[in-house]
Design a protein around this ligand. Sequence first.
Ligand SMILES: Cc1cc2nc3c(=O)[nH]c(=O)nc-3n(C[C@H](O)[C@H](O)[C@H](O)COP(=O)(O)OP(=O)(O)OC[C@H]3O[C@@H](n4cnc5c(N)ncnc54)[C@H](O)[C@@H]3O)c2cc1C
Length: 467
Amino acid sequence: MQIDRKLLEEIISDHDRLVFDHIPTEYLSDALGHLHGEADALLFPKSTVEVSGILRYAYENHIPVTPRGAGTNLVGSTVPIKGGIILDLSRMNRILELDEDTMTAMVEPGVLLQDFQAYVEQRGLFYPPDPGEKASSIGGNISTNAGGMRAVKYGVTRDYVRGLEAVLADGSILNTGGKQVKDASGLSLKNLLIGSEGTLAVITKCLLRLVPKPEASVSVLVPYGDLQTGIQSVLSILRADVAPTAVEFMERKVVALGESFSGIKYPRPDAGSYILLTFDGHRDEVEANLQRVRELVLGDGAMDYIVLADPRQAADIWRVRGALVKAVEAVSEQWPVDIVVPISQTARYIRFINELEAVSGMRMVSFGHAGDGNVHLCVVRDGRDEAAWQEQLHRNMEKAYDKAYALGGVASGEHGIGIEKRPYFLGETPSENLLVMNRIKDALDERHILNDQKSYITGGPKNAEVI
Ligand SMILES: Cc1cc2nc3c(=O)[nH]c(=O)nc-3n(C[C@H](O)[C@H](O)[C@H](O)COP(=O)(O)OP(=O)(O)OC[C@H]3O[C@@H](n4cnc5c(N)ncnc54)[C@H](O)[C@@H]3O)c2cc1C
């Protein structure tokens, strides 16, 4: 593929924002680095006009484009499998406006979640979406509809996007949504773009909804003898009208890996599992909910109820939770799963996984967002050679995804489909749904330049012969 370097240099005038040779390998992959692609150019636009110019050029010349935020996805969605251009949005990282009256903020897509959360919290406001990887970008969070720890109370990224500016594949600029709260005016294009994994457009501005910062936030660690008792207890917590902000579950075996990785110890190492809860809101309300849940969980068979009143201890406990994927990766290659089932089926699903682990002899450590049924499994490679790993992994994952769908679940709660989850997602999704998704792709990007053959895309460009 011939890239017109001169023309791209006219669109992006600072030469340090274009890389044509020796593209660093981390830009050719995702957070896990298992899959790598190749690219002819790595571009760092700084404005919507530059993004538009690049896409117009790519579209006219049928050049594949892989949009990229912070590259923290776990599903291969930033791997440039078709070559062409990597469009890295990380330099578009300004917070453009904070409107305290409408409680909204306008940001560029490359702003990191951790920076944005700190910025608004210093001003008494709060941005609730909270995926485990805080060094991810807002544009990436929107493109994957990131979920995370606080979804059980506050919802997911989609619930905090009021409007978007996005550049379509042909370079035209779309504005959708706005500061108004309600909108019943035609199709919601904003919602179509959220979670579309860079397949429909490149997001260049994000209008985000904020809420007042809660007065108090307290976490509690609840150890249980086994995971099943812990997961059953979550249902009583959810039914009790105590509005937990986070309800995470972790098996002791994965916490032990997190402890070795971080050097931080959890109390009650004799537990088989833990539920980690947070309550936020007005101080009195938090105190009352803490008390109520104490009685509930001890009645449900919890071994203890450890209120993490010291903020440093709470931060340490959460740090271990946030590092679990990396902790497993540190001991062996692993394959992360983020299946989501109805919350009433979580215990059943985890029981199935434990049985699958026992029968298959393949380590599967589980943790995740118990409050919303989002089960994170790390399927561990251990000493298997490549052929055995691939064969056993896919044989067992077919069973794991079949079971999830049979229980009314879906392939991904928050990580997206990318490349890695395609076989399971495509195999389980009704053909009518896939057809509609592919028609939408054709309508917005008929030349399939944006992230082609990822996620739901099964068809090819409409006029394939010119490629
Ligand atoms: C340790 C760890 C923990 C994690 N925990 C969670 C979790 O709890 N919850 C969760 O939801 N995710 C989690 N993730 C996954 C990941 O952090 C999220 O998917 C995140 O939203 C990706 O953001 P990013 O900026 O890194 O996007 P990238 O990885 O760069 O891109 C992700 C997708 O978005 C597209 N994209 C990026 N920017 C744009 C843009 N401006 N316009 C159009 N398309 C774009 C890309 O093409 C790609 O398809 C975790 C990852 C790690 C490594």
